[in-house]
Design a protein around this ligand. Structure first.
Ligand code: GAL
Length: 414
């Protein structure tokens, strides 16, 4: 009897103590598993631990996050959502509409996010006017990376037009160098495709095609030219490209096996993690054409029970947008801070170029969301486009046929 009374009293004491002084905990689902990515996410894990948090890691390998998103769906359907999830673009609003996201407005307001984030980024983080995600960075997608020595040895400059790129690639092939390091996975095909599309269609054409899904643009002669260039580039990749992970393609540029890679600046995170120096070991330039394709990584919190988990979500959201984290994380990740008030003094020339180009493109209306990285369209629409892009790249489909299929796939995706 005495024992029972004692147990009851102590459990009440424990309960009230934990609700007042919760121990922040978070299970975090993400797809940052490559060398540079893992170094970056370790920064967040460390800050979380330093602030009393207990982090349970749920990494799901697979560049671009397709596998991670499949894992997320399974967890949510099983009624067991992770506490925090790497989630971005319109997928945030899609999950919000399913009623499974937590509202993090109290953290956002206490931390003054509206004052330190550009409106173009803040808009992606909102669901019906409330804050439903925390932004980590701004990645640029339309980059071309090159091995400095390989270009020098072959007397090649960074290309400023697609014709120059093609001429350089022909020269490299004749010299026995693989011109383009590529991993044949659908999202990587889409990454190259959207960079080519931005260059050939221009910013307005890109917006019409991949933001507004304008049929006339999707079936235009310019879009045929985009697929023609993709066909040409198919001839510049090595025979083993199929299925290769993006970071292994980056390694081919690092070790001089290949000259170029077209990839977002998470590739720079790989170069940096391997101790390579921008401007010396490798070069960065925007892909030919004007404009800037942005890809903002962010985390959304899922509606979960338990004071410790809720405390973990609040702490995580606060740290993610914190000034110190945004600096250190992005130095490792290859991206630039989402916050506008973080000093870029410690950042390299590629990051400074990204920041300047982002500002200029924002001013002249050519700052555009990446379709390939889930910033422009809902999943059904971007998936429909990528299916056609990858089917074309991996077959002998004509450009005219690809364009016809593109318009049809988009029309069927609603
Ligand atoms: C992107 C993501 C980046 C990077 C890349 C490769 O979609 O935004 O942070 O991780 O995939 O995995």
């Amino acid at each position: 009897m005495k024992m029972t009374a004692f147990a009851a009293v102590s459990s009440i004491a424990l309960f009230s103590a934990s609700s007042v002084l919760a121990n922040p905990e978070a299970e975090v689902l993400h797809w940052w598993t490559s060398g540079g990515e893992a170094k970056s996410v370790a920064v967040l894990q460390q800050e979380f631990a330093d602030n009393g948090g207990t982090w349970t890691d749920m990494p799901v390998a697979g560049g671009g996050g397709d596998a991670a998103m499949t894992a997320l769906r399974a967890r949510v359907l099983a009624g067991n959502a992770p506490t925090a999830v790497q989630l971005k673009g319109p997928a945030i609003q899609e999950w919000y509409e399913e009623g499974v996201l937590a509202d993090i407005s109290s953290v956002a307001e206490a931390e003054g996010w509206a004052d330190v984030l550009p409106a173009s980024i803040a808009d992606h983080m909102k669901c019906d006017g409330t804050w439903c995600a925390a932004p980590v960075n701004v990645h640029r997608v339309d980059w071309i990376w090159a091995n400095t020595d390989v270009l020098e040895a072959n007397d090649i400059e960074m290309p400023t037009s697609w014709d120059e790129f093609n001429a350089a690639a022909e020269k490299l092939m004749a010299a026995g160098v693989i011109p383009l390091a590529h991993g044949g996975q659908a999202w990587q095909d889409a990454t190259v495709f959207e960079a080519v599309a931005l260059g050939i269609l221009g910013a307005d054409g890109f917006r019409k095609a991949f933001v507004e899904l304008d049929e006339a643009t999707l079936t235009s002669d310019e879009m045929i030219a985009v697929f023609d260039q993709m066909r040409t580039m198919r001839g510049f990749v090595d025979p083993n490209f199929s299925g290769r992970d993006w970071n292994l393609a980056t390694a081919m540029v690092m070790n001089g096996e290949a000259a170029f890679q077209i990839m977002g600046d998470w590739a720079k995170g790989e170069f940096m993690a391997a101790g390579k120096v921008p401007g010396e070991d490798f070069l960065c330039a925007s892909t030919p054409g004007d404009g800037f394709l942005y890809n903002v990584d962010s985390f959304a919190m899922f509606d979960v029970d338990g004071e410790d988990k809720k405390a973990g979500q609040d702490l995580l959201a606060k740290l993610i947008v914190g000034e110190s984290f945004q600096e250190v994380f992005n130095l490792n990740k290859g991206s630039i801070p989402a916050r506008t008030d973080v000093s870029l003094d410690a950042f390299d020339s590629c990051a400074l170029l990204s920041s300047a180009d982002m500002q200029a493109s924002s001013d002249n209306g050519s700052l555009l969301p990446s379709y390939a990285h889930g910033m422009a369209l809902r999943g059904a629409q971007s998936g429909a486009i990528t299916d056609v892009v990858t089917a074309h790249f991996n077959s002998d489909m004509s450009s005219a046929e690809a364009v016809a299929q593109l318009a049809q796939a988009v029309a069927n995706s609603y």
